[in-house]
Design a binder for this molecule. Sequence first.
Ligand code: BGP
Length: 475
Amino acid sequence: MTFPKNFLWGGATAANQLEGAYLEGGKGLNLADVLPGGKVRLNLLSQAGFDFEMDTEKYHYPNHEGIDFYHRYKEDIALFAEMGFKVFRMSIAWSRIFPNGDELEPNEEGLAFYDRVFDELHKHGIEPLVTIAHYETPLHLIKEYGGWKNRKLVEFFERYVRVIFNRYKDKVKYWLTFNEINGATHMPLFGLGFSPTSEETRLQESFQGLHHQFVASAKAVQLGHEIIPGSQIGCMLIYAPVYAFDSNPENVLYAQQEARIFNNFCGDVHVRGEYPSFINRYFKENGIELNIQDGDLELIKEGTVDFISLSYYMSRTEKKNKTPEEIGEGNLIGGVKNPYLKASDWGWEIDPVGLRIALNELYGRYQKPLMVVENGLGAYDKVEEDGSINDDYRIEYLRDHIKAMSEAIEDGVDLIGYTSWGCIDLVSASSGQYAKRYGYIYVDKHDDGSGTLERRRKKSFYWYKDVIASNGEKL
Ligand code: BGP
């Protein structure tokens, strides 16, 4: 295997999915706090007009407790260190720093919490990689301002970013602006913090929201470079190579068009610093008109990212005229079933070769360093009578994807790190379940609310430790 000497091996999480303590330390409510758990979440997420009130009689809200990382971070970080992590991807919950999002002064208790976490990481020689916005827009900004549809959020975000850069300038070098920014048109609620007014307005509202995030991201890159010399600020894309279902040129063209909108558009703006030419026709055909203010395009040009990070879970196979029956079940971004691929228990198609393709596409397009900051298998785990968890399926999945990364490096791709998703079991974002587990570390917590929250090392824990120790040689 070929991994560079200082390759950043580690794991990834997000505040709302593991911290819990949702009302402690002066934290305000955020989007994740009002998303019910269980399969109902996915349906609610994709419908227009989502109701942001909590109904605790009817639903439960797993993100309120998460896996209680807020109180157990020392134990968890010690386990990451035992595996040999070089880097730990986490997010800062905006509403811990600005409980409502629009205050002038930050919440000291929230700031102090992340100081403790970063100090603990450094104590173990682990570099933090921080996502600034990971599906956790403060609820007040959603209810009062309509989320990222509203230009005001650029200003609030800038204030938040300035505060955290100044506070953590000696502790955090690697930053990511918006998690999976390009997923926004599919699920605006997650990334943009609003539910579309109607199906008809979804695209218009989402692209306007994206424009605000591009401006905010560029501003963050500029501020980061100013406040933290030597900082590395990246974008974050959910990347799914798009295959044509067959060699019918109509399908090939369609696959290419879908890939441009989904995979390339946001990357082009973040990395090249300009709206790509292909988007004009798409905007025209879909009746999208952006409100772009003076200076926005210049700012976007000046605030391009230092590296590109991506989540990779699956590829997507496309056909121009697909029937509803052909649409792959569980594939979040549409597409038809690929006859060559098996799927996870949640219907996500497993395709390690697709990761090699993704890395080559991205590096070929931008020639910027890449980091895979999410990848993994959500699966049901079983605790044996002797307490062991033999997750060979997860090891196999990760091994195949790590091999694919090694091949991409051989192909010439500049890949600098890998943080697999959910290195410790946590609440699933799309399904709101504990049962969908990704971790090397098992957490005794279940969807009916039961469980001691005790941590246990799975078989994959020992496997990943060896992978890191051998710099990817021992798979
Ligand atoms: C990504 C998100 C993560 C995460 C992961 C796995 O889209 O950035 O927050 O949860 O997917 O998805 P899920 O939890 O739905 O299985």
